[in-house]
Structure formats: C-alpha cells, structure tokens
Design a binder for this molecule. Structure first.
Ligand SMILES: [Zn+2]
Ligand SMILES: [Zn+2]
Length: 267
C-alpha cells in the first residue's frame, strides 16, 4: 500500500509536510502560502482534489501563516486542530475555514480516508501543541517538531515509526554563542522550546535500542541562524558512533531542507 512523505518547507521560515496514500492527501501545517503548497502538490504529482485534511500542530506563525490562502484554494479540505490551538489563531485566518474545522481532543485519533491519525501532546510554548502519528496499512510515520523535550510518554508515541520526522533545531554552541538575544536563547533551550541536534541524537539512539527494525529518521525544523544540515547530521552520527551504534543498515538518516521542496519518501 503506497504511503508517501514530502516536506514542502521546514523551519522558522514555514512548515508544511505532505503525507499521502493512494487515495487521500494530508498536509501537516500551513506555514507557507497556498501558491507554494500548490507547487509542492504539482511537483510530487499529487492531485489537489485528493487533499482531504490539514492537521495543525500549533498556532505559531511558521505553522499557520498560509492558512487563509490555502483554505481559499482548497474547496472541501477539512482543518483538524484542538480547541485551544484553534482559539489562539487570529480571527481573519479562521474566517476562511467556515464549517470545515474539526476539533479533536489531544490524545485521541481519527481517520482520513485510509489513513488513521493519532494525536499526542508535545512540550512547547504554545496553547496546546501536538505531534501526529499516521498509519496506513502496517506502515507508520510520526511527526515530532517544536518540542523542548521528549519524555517517556512522548517516546512511546513514536517508537513504532518506520519514518520519524524529528526536530533537530539547533547546535547548542551556535545558539549559545550566536546573536540571538538572551531571552530567545533561553526560550529555545528550555523544556518548552526546541530540540537540539544532541537531543535529537539521544532520541535516535533510544529508537535504535528499542528494537531491530529498519527506520528512516528525517531531521527537521532546522534553525537558519543556529544550525546547518551537515552540522545536524554530523552531530547525530557522532553521538551514535560514540555509543557504537553506527548509522548502518537499520537506519536511514537524512536532513530535510529548509526552504525548498524536499525528496519524496516512500514510508
Ligand atoms: Zn512553535
Ligand atoms: Zn515551528
């Protein structure tokens, strides 16, 4: 059963991910404009008519900036968000959703065509931020970005993933010695901020130790100021090697580009 993932944009400049089966297409977040999303659909050969759902993680502008323009372009696509996230989005953007909003209770699930969706809480300074696990047949993808930490409860939500979209936001030294003001550094580094490259490596290590399974981990939501794709990949690989778990046959590791449409991955 076909089940694909593609990032249209990732990071503070805007986040939007496509997940599609043979019959439906789902977007996670609309942090870029409708026109760029349409370009992504075209480049991946996705019929815009298959677009059934937009799943929102939280209300920060890099995740909802393109909401109104996307809603105008997409006739019958439903928008899924919990009530607190929806409540925190500005009225002008919400007005375009007219009757298409579906509220979920965080922790619960729902289905969109042949894809089942599970929601779970993450730790981030927003109203009620969530991550998602999507299943189609026996395949699973989990998306965890914008979280300051991954505790046991959150890890349990993602440990079955064949493909994991995992935040690897910053290199801690680049952030600490960089030009961000102190309050922002504290926010990013905090428990409700963003995962560092080293924190992402710890999670990958836990995943590898959680069982023999071929997995793909795509590092996401990389900071423009405080990270580089090669820095993120090198940090994760170094930490895995230090623990003698090499990035070998059981793990395919990659970084998602920030400003461009990424590769189309089969899950
Ligand atoms: Zn955020
Ligand atoms: Zn974000």
């Amino acid at each position: 059963m076909g089940f694909d993932f593609c990032s249209f944009s990732s990071g503070s400049n805007g986040n939007c991910y496509l997940i599609r089966s043979e019959s439906v297409a789902i977007l996670i977040d609309a942090g870029i404009g409708g026109r760029r999303i349409w370009e992504g659909l075209q480049r991946t050969g996705t019929d815009p008519g298959a677009l059934r759902a937009l799943l929102l993680t939280h209300e920060h502008s890099d995740h909802i900036r393109g909401l109104a323009s996307l809603l105008k372009k997409s006739g019958d696509m439903a928008v899924y968000a919990n009530e607190n996230t929806w409540g925190a989005i500005c009225a002008a953007a919400k007005a375009t959703a007219k009757g298409r909003i579906r509220h979920f209770v965080t922790g619960e699930g729902f289905t969109v065509g042949d894809i089942s969706v599970k929601t779970f809480a993450v730790s981030h300074d927003a109203a009620e931020p969530v991550g998602y696990t999507l299943r189609c047949g026996d395949r699973q993808i989990s998306v965890v970005t914008d979280t300051g930490c991954v505790d046991d409860r959150l890890f349990a939500e993602i440990r079955g993933a064949d493909t994991l979209i995992l935040e690897s936001n910053h290199d801690e030294d680049m952030l600490k010695y960089g030009k961000y003001p102190w309050f922002l550094k504290r926010r990013v580094l905090g428990n409700e901020g963003h995962l560092s490259n080293a924190a992402a490596a710890d999670i990958v290590l836990r995943l590898l130790r959680a069982g023999e399974k071929k997995r793909r981990v795509l590092l996401a939501h990389l900071s423009r100021e405080n990270n580089l794709p090669e820095t993120a990949l090198r940090t994760v690989r170094n930490i895995l090697e230090a623990h003698r778990d090499s990035v070998g046959a059981n793990l395919h590791l990659d970084a998602i580009p920030r400003d461009e449409i990424g590769l189309l991955y089969e899950i």
